[in-house]
Design a protein around this ligand. Structure first.
Ligand SMILES: O=C[C@H](O)COP(=O)(O)O
Length: 326
């Protein structure tokens, strides 16, 4: 059973009347965010390490591999991306292994805004979502007007999901109201598209900040909280993801609204992906073990999952050359 760190404090702070109060001013947001219980650093790391040693046997492993595939936001975020590369990635998203129709599709393809149209056309009607980074990804150092325009353009071109970055400088300077307003503005600009808020946890310095940034994003309307851009090291880690999972769990208890979690950056092996699924199950619980509520942002994880899947089915590895490039 996961320790319910500070649940009582959070619940009592967030009854309905209070929820509105919390977000009205810089001072009330600060009071609330700094009133959240501190993260036990040693405890969070020990718990993540303990969960990552769980061994998953054959049938459960097969299930976990397919679940992980179905949760991938298959990502390309390179300066040299081309429409051809995005089309190839979309083909892979739709049919990860052309020789095996039982392999599930991934959840989404994640691209820069200028390539959303290409992805939307390639994925039309398939159920695989188009996700786009926006708001001056990866640094977020543009004006709010530009961030809004970036978001609107991505959605107009066909993005189902928007992955925005927060202004880490403003957050670290304690300008919580500014960060809140930015997220709320981008949420409005995104319209019906789901909003994933990237905290860039590698720049937030402490687990307490990760907890505060998660709550700030959720209070401002985030549909998902996401660890990283993949451009900063460290990117996703198990303890950081565990802290974010505790936050979404406690936020649902307090507000009744469920928010998803997306670790992203540096997740490349089946072993790692399965560790994340164990942490989800043991921290937030089964309700989050679904692509609607948990995603893995990755550019080069899918092939390893396919190789391990084939190894389980046939007893031997096909080798990386067997599959198309991630
Ligand atoms: O959002 C996803 C990340 O940018 C992917 O990072 P990665 O290339 O380390 O898998």
């Amino acid at each position: 059973m996961a320790p319910r760190l500070g649940k009582v404090t959070v619940l009592s702070a967030l009854d309905d009347a209070h929820l509105a109060d919390v977000t009205t001013s810089e001072a009330s947001l600060r009071r609330f965010l700094h009133g959240l219980p501190g993260v036990d650093e040693v405890g969070a790391e020990a718990r993540a390490a303990g969960l990552s040693t769980r061994s998953i046997k054959t049938t459960a492993k097969q299930f976990a591999i397919d679940l992980a595939i179905s949760m991938i936001d298959l990502t390309t975020l390179e300066g040299q991306d081309t429409p051809g590369k995005v089309r190839a990635l979309c083909a892979k998203a739709l049919r990860p292994d052309p020789t095996d129709r039982d392999v599930p599709r991934v959840a989404a393809v994640c691209v820069y805004p200028d390539l959303v149209g290409v992805a939307a056309e390639a994925l039309a009607g398939s159920g695989v979502k188009v996700a786009s980074v926006a708001t001056g990804f990866p640094s977020g150092r543009t004006s709010l007007a530009v961030k809004e325009a970036d978001t609107r353009e991505a959605v107009a071109a066909g993005a189902d999901e928007v992955d925005m970055v927060i202004d880490r400088g403003a957050f670290l300077a304690g300008h919580y109201r500014q960060v809140f307003d930015e997220i709320a503005t981008v949420k409005q600009a995104a319209g019906a598209a789901h909003l994933k808020v990237i905290l860039e946890t590698g720049e937030l310095a402490t687990y307490d900040n990760v907890r505060r940034a998660s709550w700030l994003a959720m209070l401002a309307g985030a549909d998902f909280v996401k660890t990283s851009t993949g451009k900063v090291s460290p990117a996703a880690t198990l303890p950081v993801t565990l802290v974010m999972l505790e936050a979404v769990r406690d936020f649902r208890d307090a507000s009744g609204r469920q928010v998803g979690v997306k670790p992203a950056g540096g997740i490349r092996t089946s072993k790692d992906a399965i560790k994340y699924l164990v942490v989800v199950n043991e921290t937030a619980g089964e309700d989050w073990l679904d692509p609607d509520w948990f995603r893995i942002g990755a550019s080069s994880l899918l092939n390893d999952l396919l190789m391990q899947r084939q190894k389980l089915a046939t007893g031997r590895y096909a080798g990386p050359d067997y599959f198309t490039l991630d």
